[in-house]
Design a protein around this ligand. Structure first.
Ligand code: 5GP
Ligand code: ZN
Length: 110
């Protein structure tokens, strides 16, 4: 079982900021902004593209959860990222949405 499957299943104790039948959200271990939350499907997909192809309802739920959390944190602007593939910086191969906020962000991203 991958690390995010273990977190979703409760095998690694985590504080969930949001939880539904299909998705869970928790703080990133190594935050890159004052708010850095990961929203993941409970089911294992290697990346966001695989998830979108297989289950568009859950893909949509990731965005709904992010919107809710951004509102709860009072973020007036935020960035959502899906690193897809090692060349794009993906290091955990279980689909996850990064929600980042609480500081200004540069464009283009690094
Ligand atoms: P990626 O680089 O794949 O887009 O993002 C993976 C993210 O997962 C990284 O930001 C990393 O800090 C975070 N991460 C890796 N392992 C754990 C963990 O065990 N717990 C939590 N909360 N975050 C993790
Ligand atoms: Zn997994």
């Amino acid at each position: 079982m991958c690390i995010f499957c273990k977190i979703a299943a409760g095998e690694i104790p985590s504080d969930f900021l949001y939880e539904s039948a299909n998705v869970v959200a928790f703080k990133d271990l190594d935050p890159q902004a004052p708010t850095h939350v990961l929203v993941i499907p409970r089911a294992h997909y290697e990346n966001a593209a695989e998830l979108a192809a297989a289950d568009s309802v859950t893909m949509s739920e990731l965005f709904g959860a992010a919107r809710r959390i951004a509102s709860d944190f009072g973020l007036d602007g935020y960035r959502i990222t899906f690193n897809t593939g090692a060349s794009a910086g993906q290091s955990v191969f279980h689909a996850h949405l990064h929600l980042l906020g609480g500081r200004p962000f540069a464009w283009p991203p690094g």
